[in-house]
Design a protein around this ligand. Structure first.
Ligand SMILES: NC(=O)c1ccc[n+]([C@@H]2O[C@H](COP(=O)([O-])OP(=O)(O)OC[C@H]3O[C@@H](n4cnc5c(N)ncnc54)[C@H](OP(=O)(O)O)[C@@H]3O)[C@@H](O)[C@H]2O)c1
Length: 394
């Protein structure tokens, strides 16, 4: 699954050319395609193999990495980190702030974030300048909240260098739930809301160029399938489970990011990436049965700590070779955006993520669902205003 070679030691190449590569219009040369309704069983088996492989071997594969990951100079960077009150996001925010970046914790519980900042400032005192870190409220279960957040941030007219879409949910074993916007909750929190946030923040990311959008994705997208006509999984064509909700949302994020990566002209200087943090011991397991949670504690060797899980996101956000790698993929017309593995190496997203016809449909459906016009990226790049159904005018 992995391709190319690691940064820091040299130049990266495109992921393996033997891997599936599909472009719009050449998806099924010479034959009429039937709309796919799910993963083929070989794809499905390969997907699960990728997941099991990551669970079993992540520590060996990442054994070359230091913990915590040393960061290049980040004093000039302003970074927004969503979901930074626990797990991987908490580590990302803290480490970026301790390395000197201006960090904005975008969270749904501002009081919890303020308490964390207080604690970090106390522990940091005497080690250097006070941490440059602040809190802004953001609830991804409300697209109005996302639009209001972007509006407030853009109104500052300052640069944004890194957006880390980290917040996510995996409501294991729970029944299907819908946000007040009417969308399946995994799809909204893990894909739709981060997608809206990234697009609405483009004016600030352009001001901060070269800048990056880093999506904390998952190896679980390898077993995901997106039905672009049924993103809420309500048609009955597929039976809903939390696994279907989670994996579909993570694959939708890779597909949307791949089209965004293509739509952004090189001159905009915005890199779009997805990363896998590995299998990490965080609150994401809070809904697991007690016995599985206990097993988590028993197998620390295999499972990363949140600090270890933050490395691939921190790498994607700060490594100096990342923009060059993203540009290379763009100039090669590679069908997917950059995907960084838990061992901080370029990897190839799933076979289904290479299905560009579906990716473009996911792109269009996503924009409709979040209330944005289909030419929003082009308009924002040209400095024009874009109206969003949520939050007010932009
Ligand atoms: N842990 C793993 O093994 C693993 C593996 C692959 C990918 N990931 C991905 O890594 C990311 C971080 O997850 P984690 O493992 O660190 O889990 P976590 O400890 O549960 O942290 C998730 C964060 O997202 C926030 N969040 C949840 N719903 C939100 C909403 N509606 N609006 C705003 N913020 C919200 C949570 O805020 P509250 O504190 O307010 O709940 C929390 O800060 C997720 O995208 C997850 O899918 C994790």
């Amino acid at each position: 699954m992995d391709g190319g070679s690691s940064s820091s030691s040299g130049t990266w190449s495109s992921p393996d050319d033997d891997e599936p590569k599909q472009r719009p219009g050449d998806s099924d040369p010479g034959r009429k395609s039937k709309k796919k309704t799910g993963l083929g069983w070989i794809e499905w088996l390969r997907g699960w193999w990728s997941v099991i492989h990551e669970c079993l071997f992540q520590r060996i594969l990442a054994s070359h990495l230091q913990n915590p990951l040393p960061l290049p100079p980040v004093n000039e960077l302003t970074c927004i980190v969503t979901g930074s009150t626990s797990g991987i996001g908490l580590q990302i925010a803290r480490q970026l702030a301790e390395a000197g970046a201006h960090v904005v914790m975008a969270v749904r519980k501002p009081k919890a974030a303020q308490d964390l900042i207080q604690k970090w400032q106390n522990e940091w005192s005497g080690m250097g300048l006070p941490l440059n870190i602040e809190v802004m409220e953001l609830d991804l279960l409300s697209l109005d909240s996302v639009a209001r957040f972007a509006e407030a941030w853009n109104a500052r007219m300052g640069p944004l260098h890194v957006l880390i879409n980290n917040a996510g949910i995996f409501s294991i074993g729970e029944p299907q739930k819908f946000s007040k916007d009417g969308y399946e909750e995994h799809m909204q929190v893990n894909h739709l809301a981060p997608a809206l946030l990234a697009i609405l923040l483009l004016p600030s990311l352009i001001r901060g160029s070269p800048s990056r959008i880093v999506n904390v994705n998952s190896v679980m997208h390898y077993v995901g399938f997106v039905d672009d006509e049924d993103m809420n999984v309500v048609s009955g064509r597929r039976k809903y489970s939390s696994l279907v909700g989670y994996t579909s949302s993570k694959l939708a994020q890779v597909m949307f990011s791949s089209v965004l990566h293509k739509r952004l002209p090189a001159e905009a200087g915005i890199s779009v990436l997805c990363v896998s943090p590995g299998v990490v011991h965080t609150n994401v397991a809070r809904d697991l049965p007690r016995i599985v949670q206990a097993a988590y504690h028993l197998i620390p060797y295999f499972i990363f700590s949140p600090e270890e899980g933050a490395r691939s996101s921190l790498f994607a956000a700060t490594d100096p070779l990342v923009p060059e790698y993203c540009e290379l993929l763009k100039s090669d017309d590679w069908p997917v955006c950059a995907f960084i593995s838990q061992e901080c190496r370029p990897a190839n997203p799933s076979e289904e993520a290479h299905n560009l016809e579906t990716s473009y449909r996911v792109w269009e459906t996503t924009l409709e669902m979040v209330g944005l016009p289909s030419d929003c990226v082009e308009k924002l790049i040209e400095g024009q205003d874009v109206n969003c159904r949520y939050g007010g005018a932009h």
